[in-house]
Write a protein that binds this ligand. Structure first.
Ligand SMILES: [Zn+2]
Ligand SMILES: [Zn+2]
Length: 366
């Protein structure tokens, strides 16, 4: 098969031929239909997040099942599926606690070493040299995925666009519903209205939020946020965002979703939430990035800052898929750009330059 390989961090992706991967027991082989273009991959490409090379990135995927390893019963050959970027092992202490997003094997074997849960990769060059896998390595034409992470798509969902369900919408659902615990009638601000931010706005609307304030530095992204269901838009370059949000909501929002991954925007979030409110940072940053939060403001006002990483695949992804099937989230509308498989590097370059409104996908059928 062909794959877009990161040979060294800081260099463009390269189109290479790899051996066709094979699933082992408990795994599924998927013919990839589309891969979403996400900032987390960019952090790895730039070397901000450590990951072994050569490696195949791509962690937001949809496709069709083409083969099953032994013992797999939750999907069948021919099923149209989406996968979540977190691949729970299903057997570690975190998975047993229901905290699948903290799966010990996912971090210890996949994120650190680029391998699946027998401590081996499924990807090799024709000469047998191993290639690391970031999540399921969706930037290859074929992908081996643990069955715990493969979800059959409901009828009627667009296959390629469904790729964005497994990271952008999955992460947004985890942040808005599980971590922030946003409930009917509450207000929320979403800082950063890229792919995850737009998804968070849609999820907030789906759970019945009253006021949804979009905060960004780009007017075109704020327009997209209003189209996605935000009730208000604040440009934080032309307006002090905390003041604007507090004025709109009579003293601050109940919750903030911070989808940028910068210290300044986390501090903004702490300043715009009501007393006792929740600030949920969801954007990854470079390993050394910090946020300079005023201590007395945090303590006296009982502001809670709650990190949120993805969501719980087997608990939350069925809910995300149900929201999509019922039209409660218009996920396909967030996909604004499509790139050919051969042009994957261009897609990440455009994302890096801030030129993507909403989400871009790499569509393998183009
Ligand atoms: Zn992602
Ligand atoms: Zn686990």
């Amino acid at each position: 098969m062909r794959a877009q390989v990161l040979s060294r961090t800081g260099q463009p992706l390269e189109l290479k031929t790899l051996r066709d991967p094979e699933p082992k027991p408990g795994e599924v082989l998927v013919k990839v239909a589309a891969c979403g273009v996400c900032h987390s991959d960019l952090h790895v490409m730039h070397g901000d997040i450590a990951f072994p090379t050569p490696g195949v990135l791509g962690h937001e995927m949809s496709g069709t099942v083409v083969a099953l390893g032994g013992g797999v019963t939750n999907v069948a050959v021919g099923d149209r599926v989406a996968t979540t970027f977190i691949m729970p092992c299903g057997a570690c202490a975190s998975c047993w606690r229901g905290q699948e997003e903290l799966c010990e094997k996912f971090f210890g074997l996949n994120r650190l070493k680029g391998r699946l849960y027998d401590d081996q990769t499924r990807l090799f060059y024709p000469d047998g040299a191993p290639v690391a896998m970031y999540s399921m390595a969706a930037l290859g034409e074929l992908s081996v995925v643990p069955a715990t992470d493969v979800f059959k798509l409901p009828e009627g969902l667009a296959l390629a666009e469904s790729a964005v369900l497994g990271c952008a919408f999955f992460t947004a659902f985890g942040a808005v519903s599980t971590t922030a615990g946003l409930s009917v009638g509450e207000s929320v601000a979403v800082i950063g209205t890229g792919g995850v931010g737009l998804a968070a706005i849609q999820v907030a609307r789906a759970v019945g939020a009253s006021r949804i304030v979009a905060v960004d530095v780009a007017d075109d992204k704020l327009q997209a946020a209003l189209a996605a269901g935000a009730t208000d838009a604040v440009n934080s370059i032309t307006t002090p965002a905390p003041d604007a949000v507090k004025a709109l909501t009579g003293g601050g929002v109940d919750a903030v979703i911070e989808a940028v991954g910068r210290g300044e925007t986390i501090v903004q979030g702490v300043a715009m939430v009501r007393e006792g409110g929740r600030v949920v940072p969801v954007g990854l940053a470079g390993a050394s990035a910090t946020a300079n939060i005023p201590i007395t403001h945090l303590v006296r006002r009982k502001v809670r800052v709650l990190g949120s990483f993805g969501a719980r695949p087997r608990i939350d992804m069925p809910v995300v898929l149900d929201l999509a099937a019922r039209g409660a989230i218009a996920f396909a509308s967030t996909v604004t750009r499509r790139y050919r498989f051969e042009d994957a590097w261009q897609a990440y370059t455009d994302l890096d330059r801030g030129q993507i409104i909403g989400r871009a996908i790499i569509d393998y059928s183009l």
